[in-house]
Design a protein around this ligand. Sequence first.
Ligand code: SAM
Length: 274
Amino acid sequence: MVWFTEYQTENVGLTIKAKEVKTINSKYQEIIVLDTEEFGKVLVLDGAVQTTEKDEFMYHEMLVHPALIKHPQPQRVLIIGGGDGGSVREALKHKSVEEVHLCEIDEEVIFVSEKYFPSISSKLRDEKVKIFIEDGNQFLEERKNYYDVIIMDSSDPIGPAEVLFQESFYKKVKSSLRKNGIMVAQTESPFLQEKYFKNAVKEIKKVFKYVGVYTGFVPTYPAGMWSYTLASDDVNVLDNVNKDRLDNIETKYIDEYLYTNLFAIPKFIKNMIE
Ligand code: SAM
């Protein structure tokens, strides 16, 4: 048994007891797989917990479903990052979806997820899924006016993911969306990563007409509180439409009540972004 600590900020860490620790060095990052009693398998990239078998549904459901439900008829979905496959699995639960493109910079994350996280990566080889091993920022250069929903499932804004949180990148996202297109991005912890959170929302607001921020619990992420930001130029993402679509989707976290009250977020967070 070893105690593994993720240093979430300069002053705060998350420590989990692990039965086994496997380390793989890819071209881009250090990948660690922990086998733990409490969270099952845990995926760690460059020291930061990305997902765990026990709480991944909280993050993936909240990231994916609101954007897909708000879109009138989502057919083409792009996920940037997300090599573990959790967002792909959730996106495919929507019957109207015809193709899911996954743009992940690090192929090794996909291999590791397929080997150690079968319940998360289960749909990566679905016939509707096409995987691109590329930098998301470059990938969008060639794809204009194509996607209905773009999901930013990236790691923290450090290293190769830094650019994915900037205005210039969100402009590319906008031009890769077709009519009624919606973007959703994971936008970090408003409590322990206030600077990252505020900056991401600020940059998104510079580019899109309608922007909506919501929060959710993810126990292994900093402060256990996570933020997500929806954005569109055509669809008012603040409207709570199509909630009956959730009837046909199997979920463990989001339900109609939560979806209807998606933007009921704590006052101190509203104050940060107004
Ligand atoms: N759920 C996670 C979180 O919020 O902590 C994110 C999970 S996902 C595994 C993040 C992925 O983004 C990583 O696999 C990483 O390799 C990928 N990534 C980082 N920068 C990228 C880029 N510029 N283009 C595409 N993928 C990128």
